[in-house]
Design a protein around this ligand. Structure first.
Ligand SMILES: NC(=O)c1ccc[n+]([C@@H]2O[C@H](COP(=O)([O-])OP(=O)(O)OC[C@H]3O[C@@H](n4cnc5c(N)ncnc54)[C@H](OP(=O)(O)O)[C@@H]3O)[C@@H](O)[C@H]2O)c1
Length: 265
């Protein structure tokens, strides 16, 4: 597989899946210029002029606008003209009853998982269409059914999946395309950050961020519209669609509820 992007912009490259995507792209094309948007700087961005970290709290719209202005200035100052890859990867979950976390926390999730993705994509879209390239949005298998106890998260990922598919359709016949990646459970900081009390993923039923990155980049190269990572996740997601929506929701709720510190609550 060969990378064909001169300019790669990744959100959430400081850990997990985003970090692996940055490393894989760098191996495929060491000459590509890389921009990362997150709060923490990825360790590999120190002392490498090809890697630029733009510190940004993606939940903060004023910060997003400032950083996007800076990014656009840097792009127009550069002599590079080739295709652009935008990877909207940053995201987080909130685990628990809907009333447990504050409204502000749920809105923060929507800002990062949904609003930032829409803002970055729509702002960079004219340039991506002009120079050619792709938008890769990281959704989740949580997008396939409502996810009680992860309600805001699952709904945010359903938005990402639906929006990306619609965008890709609109891009038909242009030099750009879009892909939604739906990983299943992946061993990253995600679960701890979301507030899960115990180990969520049975050994053997999870991927490493490196595996997810590799599957995502293969699907991107094949110009897939969307991909679910791994055979088991693909099979489970097909089975899920056989069930009526109400049963799907109940089954998901039963499964996710098991990871509470006291499931009898
Ligand atoms: N792990 C899974 O099982 C799984 C499954 C399906 C989908 N996903 C999705 O995969 C994506 C990556 O998650 P991950 O599993 O790699 O988790 P992770 O290791 O926790 O990484 C999350 C990344 O998002 C960034 N981020 C979070 N809030 C941010 C904010 N306010 N502003 C800027 N950046 C922010 C973090 O950067 P900073 O903290 O440095 O800001 C970090 O780099 C997410 O969209 C997640 O929903 C994960």
């Amino acid at each position: 597989m060969g990378s064909k992007y001169n300019l790669v912009i990744v959100t959430g490259g400081s850990s997990g899946i985003g970090k692996s995507i940055i490393e894989d792209i760098s191996k495929l094309d060491p000459e590509a210029s890389l921009f990362n948007l997150s709060r923490r700087i990825p360790a590999s961005f120190y002392n490498d002029p090809k890697r630029v970290h733009l510190e940004c709290d993606l939940a903060d719209r004023a910060c997003r606008i400032r950083v996007l202005d800076d990014l656009e200035r840097r792009i127009s100052d550069s002599t590079q003209q080739g295709p652009i890859l935008l990877v909207n990867n940053a995201g987080f979950g909130i685990y628990g009853d809907l009333g447990r976390n504050s409204p502000a926390e749920h809105l923060e999730l929507l800002e990062v998982n949904v609003c930032a993705l829409v803002e970055l994509t729509t702002r960079l879209l004219p340039l991506i269409k002009k120079r050619g390239g792709a938008i890769m949005n990281i959704a989740s298998t949580s997008a396939f059914q409502p996810t009680p106890y992860l309600a805001t998260y699952g709904a945010s990922k359903a938005f990402v999946l639906s929006w990306t598919l619609a965008l890709n359709e609109e891009l038909r016949g242009t030099a750009a395309h879009a892909i939604a990646v739906c990983p299943g459970p992946t061993k990253t900081e995600f679960f701890k950050r979301a507030g899960f009390a115990k180990r969520v993923v049975p050994a053997g039923y999870s991927h490493s961020p490196e595996q997810v990155s590799s599957m995502a980049l293969k699907a991107l190269e094949r110009r897939r519209t969307f991909t679910t990572t791994g055979t088991l996740n693909k099979v489970l997601s097909l089975l899920v669609f056989i069930l009526p929506l109400s049963l799907r929701t109940r089954a998901a709720g039963k499964f996710i509820r098991r990871f509470r510190s006291d499931p009898s609550n």
